[in-house]
Design a protein around this ligand. Structure first.
Ligand SMILES: NC(=O)c1ccc[n+]([C@@H]2O[C@H](COP(=O)([O-])OP(=O)(O)OC[C@H]3O[C@@H](n4cnc5c(N)ncnc54)[C@H](O)[C@@H]3O)[C@@H](O)[C@H]2O)c1
Length: 246
């Protein structure tokens, strides 16, 4: 007896900390995963982890700021029911040192590639399709990385706007806004900085990639039918505690 084929999900940045956890979680939720990343070895590692756990995955390597690579992912992911826009970059830089090139670098992947993927996939997704964008709690404001804050504010805005435009097509668009999560992106925080953050966070710990993956799992699931245009904070209570500079 053959069961229904698994639905396909595309996860960008799935070689990285949060993207890998999302890919593994969606695989265990019953999806076949298209693992997209710039970095070939980490993407292959994610695929191997999924296959090792009995799931199905394949990789699509490419720089999503390049039109040809983005088009290749769109082709490879044709028919996907769920798109998770997770690929992103972050680096701190004070306002006085920021240049236009910093905005270009961060906006190109965090916003423009995300927008283009939403557009490319939305026109091909079946009714009932879901898009989950990974934003950041930084959208509420933070010191020392205005370019990144601007990019993640744009992700929240785009999510709300697209939710309205795509609802008539039967598509749902939501975002997750993580707080500080333990990945390569936050590896620059030393022990003292981590202790300070932990002490200020209401839940008393830094987040894990799996915390974000759980939220994405819900927003990617069939249970999400009446939820669209939302930004779900996965930040240990930082946003309700009014913490901005963490
Ligand atoms: N770690 C945190 O504390 C945190 C907090 C809030 C939001 N986020 C967001 O979560 C997402 C994942 O972050 P992470 O912590 O897992 O970081 P990470 O650096 O571990 O992973 C990011 C992945 O994106 C990929 N990527 C970057 N640029 C790309 C490009 N041009 N084309 C294709 N792939 C590209 C990288 O190769 C990497 O594998 C990002 O959007 C980030 O902004 C992270």
């Amino acid at each position: 007896m053959t069961g229904d084929p698994k639905p396909l999900t595309v996860v960008t940045g799935a070689g990285g900390g949060i993207g890998r956890a999302i890919a593994i979680r969606l695989s265990s939720d019953g999806y076949k995963v298209l693992v997209s990343d710039l970095d070939e070895s980490s993407a292959r590692e994610t695929r191997e982890m999924i296959e090792g756990a009995g799931g199905e995955a394949r990789v699509c390597i490419g720089d999503l700021t390049r039109t040809s690579d983005l088009a290749a992912l769109t082709e490879d992911g044709a028919g996907a029911e769920v798109l998770v826009n997770n690929a992103g970059v972050f680096y701190p830089k004070t306002f006085e040192d920021l240049g236009e090139e910093d905005f270009n670098r961060v906006l190109n992947i965090n916003v423009i590639a995300l927008f283009r993927l939403c557009q490319a996939f939305a026109t091909r997704m079946p009714r009932g399709g879901r898009i989950v964008n990974i934003g950041s709690r930084a959208m509420l404001g933070a010191r020392g990385y205005a370019h990144y804050v601007a990019s993640k504010s744009a992700v929240a805005g785009l999510t709300k706007a697209l939710a309205l435009e795509l609802a008539p097509h039967g598509l749902l668009v939501n975002a997750v806004a993580p707080g500080v999560i333990d990945t390569a992106m936050t590896a620059f925080l030393d022990a003292e900085a981590r202790a300070g953050i932990t002490a200020r966070l209401p839940v008393g710990r830094i987040g894990r990639p799996e915390d974000v993956a759980s939220a994405v799992s819900f927003l990617a699931s069939g249970q999400v039918g009446f939820v669209t245009g939302q930004v779900l904070f996965v930040d240990g209570g930082a946003s309700v505690a009014g913490l901005t500079s963490i």
